[in-house]
Design a protein around this ligand. Structure first.
Ligand code: EPZ
Length: 451
């Protein structure tokens, strides 16, 4: 069973979930989507071939591959291993039809500019969670000597001068943007001189990208802190690199275990990457134990306390886990206030959770979650990737059947989500929209390894 569903399949299929089933066993955590996407773009910096491992099988990864191929780069995918050969990049223009489907494709602007001295990339535009401008990316590239014009929705960036190389610069980011930090760090690896990025994003995916670039010979210090220093080098060489595990997927499965009061184990995980999530779980009464350096067991309770959450840049509470955690708090005792400060429109899951019997009111970017005794299954629609995950989590604890539409979002960010949940004993299946069926028991010898 693959994770790839054609877009017509995605849009016409729904997920049926029968709740109130305890989960048990172990779930394998895939490579991090938000590290894989930017590392694939980073491979453009290398004038030799690269091998990247532990890459999740996601629609977004396939799309990044199509984009690189359109730039004339060799891109091969063998399961969770990618072979990328960007020795020759024949095009500096990223096709609109590919960029419009995938925001992360904007990540190619830094590497193209650094390698070729020119890049033409359509503006990624906003999405359901916010306007998502790229002004910080552009301003940083301009500080490194790039001329940048935005014309008819295309960002046209080029470097003048004999060797067409960017120049090192001191850059202060008005906001610790993940994407801007990654774009500028990649651009600076091949620039002339030293670049300092201050108020940089500290997310683990930023550090993973830096480690990938260093494995190719880049000189980067301080990634994972708020000040990153990059000394440019003339070129980068081949490497064989493995992506970190997905902390957001791990956070989502912790929510699935907690809301169904199920003791499950997860691996591989990097506990440090989950600190903010684990501390909020502890606050509401959920303990976890490490069974080995990268394997965690969740020890749920029958009753949870309420708590307040404010999403923040790392190491603060991750905005990508805000929605699944909200699902959990709908069944806590008392009122919780969740403040979404990173994206201006990331509470799209609230009306759908209320359709399932939750009691949530929104005031600006704050959601007041009044705990209720139970949720009920209902037909709901996922408005974005993490909102869809939140509805899956809620449905696992709800009375009766939930029918979830909007699977195109889910498939972009979670590898084999259904199969992993079925392996844990959840009753769910993907069916064509107009099909009404009872749950079909799933055989346990499906391809996903459960150890
Ligand atoms: C990355 O998005 C992730 N995406 C997001 O994950 C994640 O939610 C986000 O970081 C925050 O952790 C990928 O890595 C592919 P930002 P990114 O730049 O880079 C504003 C998911 O669910 N901003 O840190 O786009 C921006 O509008 C996705 O997996 C500017 O104003 O995030 C937002 O409000 C969703 N100007 C805030 O900063 C800029 O030039 C944070 O954005 C750039 C950003």
């Amino acid at each position: 069973m693959s994770n790839f569903h054609s877009s017509s399949e995605e849009s016409s299929s729904v997920l049926q979930i029968w709740g109130k089933t305890p989960l048990s066993g172990h779930v394998n955590i895939s490579g991090a989507k938000n590290a894989a996407l930017v590392v694939i773009a980073g491979a453009l910096l290398c004038s030799q071939d690269c091998r990247i491992r532990n890459v999740p099988l996601l629609a977004d990864v396939t799309r990044m591959g199509e984009l690189l191929s359109a730039l004339g780069v060799k891109f091969q995918q063998h399961g969770d291993v990618l072979d990328i050969d960007a020795t020759h990049i024949s095009h500096s223009k990223a096709p609109y039809e590919l960029v419009s489907q995938l925001r992360a494709s904007f990540f190619v602007i830094g590497p193209l500019l650094a390698r070729l001295g020119v890049a033409r990339v359509p503006l990624p535009g906003g999405c359901s969670i916010g306007a998502r401008p790229v002004d910080l990316h552009v301003r940083g590239l301009q500080a490194m000597g790039a001329n940048v014009q935005i014309d008819h929705g295309i960002v046209h960036a080029y470097v003048t001068g004999a060797n067409k190389r960017l120049k090192g610069a001191k850059i202060y980011l008005d906001y610790p943007s993940v994407g801007a930090t990654e774009t500028l760090m990649m651009a600076a690896t091949l620039a002339e001189g030293e670049t300092t990025i201050e108020n940089a994003a500290q997310e683990p995916e930023v550090a993973d990208l830096a480690n990938f670039c260093r494995a190719m010979g880049a000189k980067i210090r301080g990634a994972g802190t708020n000040t990153i220093v990059i000394s440019g080098v003339p070129s980068l060489h081949t490497t064989d690199y493995s992506i970190i595990p997905d902390r957001i997927e791990a956070g989502t499965f912790l929510m699935a275990g907690a809301i169904t009061r199920s003791e499950i184990t997860l691996s591989p995980i990097i506990p440090d990457h989950l600190t903010a999530i684990l501390s909020k779980m502890q606050e509401i009464g959920i303990r976890t134990v490490m069974e080995s350096p990268n394997r965690m067991r969740i020890l749920p309770k029958q009753r949870y306390r309420s708590t307040d959450i404010e999403t923040l840049p790392y190491p603060g509470f991750p905005t990508d886990v805000q929605a699944p955690f909200m699902s959990l708090l709908t069944l806590a005792e008392g009122d919780s206030v969740i403040s979404e400060t990173v994206f201006e429109n990331r509470l799209g899951h609230v009306p759908e959770l209320n359709r399932m019997g939750a009691d949530i009111r929104v005031k600006g970017n704050h959601a007041i979650v009044r705990g209720v005794p139970m949720l009920s299954g209902a037909p709901v629609v996922g408005t974005d990737l993490r909102a869809s995950a939140a509805l899956v989590v809620a449905a696992l604890a709800a009375e009766g059947k939930t029918t979830l539409q909007g699977l195109q979002h889910l498939d972009r960010g979670y590898e084999h989500l259904e199969l992993k949940l079925q392996k844990l004993g959840a009753k769910l299946q993907r069916v064509q929209e107009d099909t009404t069926t009872e749950p079909i028991p799933i055989s346990v010898d499906s391809p996903i390894s459960s150890t």
